[in-house]
Ligand binder design. Structure first.
Ligand code: ADP
Ligand code: MG
Length: 446
């Protein structure tokens, strides 16, 4: 592929907001992104970073709130004819046979019956579904269902094949199988598709498949890095360049651009147009998970590569990143070049007993703006309690309803562990009786 080739799709400063105009939530900051002929492009990011939203806008399934999507230089209005989408959930018609499922999009495009059948049978054969034509989806395993998903997508010979976490619902071996079969079709030029756009939250999957990886950060979604993977396929996961690419992505993802204190060493500066968070989020990690990570680090002389840790724990980024972010926010680790290094505070915490841990956590949690704010607000009230709505309103101008709830949920988890505050069955926040009060008494003072 020549980088100078005309892009098939070009998104210019596309942005997405949800919610009513007076309380709109930005889920994607203005982003430029192009899809070029000949490439597999992986869009990688933690859940909630706007990957599916981006896919919907590029494929014409949903309009951007502002900005423009061009296909071959022409503005897109409505779902594009020359695309197909493969979904994580397969999205097959349960009342149709495999053959009828694959014929369905051709039927919708008005292709004649004999031609439809010919094309469907051919594509079923190429994805290994020979002999399953008359089966119903419920008779098939997950892997076979997704083969039908691929066949149905490929039968229309889409110019761009879109996939939204197509392997996430499958077991590891099945996913690996399907991935390599897809690559065989693609690299063997056995599919007429000119570009593949795959959404994933799996780093290894992105590096296994893609010619180019675009990494999204969240709140609001923005491009953190966009880079090329030049290795020939199939790729050996133990090859140094493969590990380097995986490591690089971890480095970018764990570089805290969401935490208020800026990192001194900005190695991979966010791409132009990247947005910064308006309100620092609490990473969704449980104190027990944080303690687990710290204990593991102590076992490893205090430092280890984050991708090693993820591998050893069989964690995906959505599991490990919040824990790493939380530990870093609490001052328990430093993230350096894709490694997590435990701090003296972290070590003290890891080696303490349960009661001492709670005390230490209480002090560390004061570094986290939301925890501090809740704590100060409660301490300022004579009865040491506040309705949940107060904190809800504080957050909901920055986050979606769902994220606001999750933020409060995590804050309560931390507050409860530290014995700083709790939430009663009516949702009211309160400071438990025997908790020592924080030193400051001004509400929201920093
Ligand atoms: P990802 O695919 O990376 O997990 P999504 O694109 O699905 O992320 O969602 C990005 C953010 O937008 C999330 O916070 C999600 O809650 C929010 N969101 C997605 N769709 C809608 C919708 N229809 N209405 C309101 N918020 C939405
Ligand atoms: Mg998604």
């Amino acid at each position: 592929m020549t980088p100078t080739a005309e892009p098939i799709i070009q998104a210019r400063a596309i942005e997405k907001f949800y919610g009513p105009p007076e309380a709109r939530i930005q889920v994607l900051a203005a982003t430029d992104l192009a899809v070029y002929p000949g490439e597999i492009l992986a869009l990688l990011g933690p859940s909630g970073s706007g990957k599916s939203t981006m896919l919907r806008m590029l494929s014409g399934l949903a309009p951007p709130s502002s900005g423009q999507v061009l296909w071959h230089g022409q503005p897109v209005a409505g779902p594009c004819e020359n695309v197909s989408i493969v979904f994580q959930s397969f999205a097959l018609f349960p009342w149709l046979t495999v053959l009828d499922n694959v014929e369905a999009p051709l039927k919708a495009r008005g292709v004649a019956r004999t031609e439809r059948m010919k094309r469907a049978l051919r594509i079923l054969d190429s994805v290994g579904l020979d002999g399953f034509e008359q089966a119903y989806p419920k008779e098939l395993s997950g892997g076979m269902k997704q083969r039908v998903g691929f066949a149905r997508a490929l039968v229309v010979e889409p110019e761009v094949l879109f996939m939204d976490e197509p392997f996430s619902a499958l077991d590891v071996l099945t996913a690996e199988n399907l991935r390599s079969e897809l690559l065989e079709l693609w690299d063997g030029k056995k599919m007429p598709t000119r570009a593949v756009f795959i959404v994933t939250h799996n780093i290894e999957e992105a590096v296994t498949l893609a010619d180019r990886v675009v990494v999204l950060g969240k709140n609001p979604g923005h491009v953190r890095t966009d880079f090329r993977v030049a290795m020939p396929r199939p790729r050996d996961h133990q090859d140094p360049p493969f590990l380097e690419a995986v490591n690089y992505i971890y480095r970018v993802l764990t570089q805290p651009d969401l935490v208020p204190t800026p990192q001194p060493e900005h190695e991979a500066a966010p791409a132009a147009g990247a947005a910064r968070a308006k309100y620092p989020m609490v990473p969704h990690a449980r104190p027990g998970g944080i303690a687990g990570l710290l204990e593991l680090l102590v076992d490893r002389e205090g430092r280890d590569g984050i991708h090693h840790l993820a591998d050893d724990l069989a964690f995906e980024i959505d599991d490990l990143l919040p824990i790493v972010e939380a530990a870093s926010l609490l001052g328990y680790i430093h993230v350096k070049e894709g490694d997590a290094e435990i701090t003296p505070e972290g070590k003290r915490f890891a080696e303490a007993g349960i009661l001492r841990r709670k005390e230490l956590f209480r002090v560390a949690a004061e570094r986290v703006p939301l925890i501090r704010q809740i704590n100060r607000a409660l301490a300022s009230k004579a009865d040491h309690s506040m309705p949940a709505d107060f904190f809800h309103d504080l957050l909901d101008e920055h986050f979606s309803e769902e994220e606001t709830e999750r933020q409060l949920e995590t804050a309560v988890n931390w507050g409860r562990y530290a014995e700083l505050f709790d939430r009663d069955s009516s949702g009211r926040f309160f400071i438990p009786e025997e908790t020592p009060q924080p030193a400051g008494d001004e509400v929201g003072s920093h």
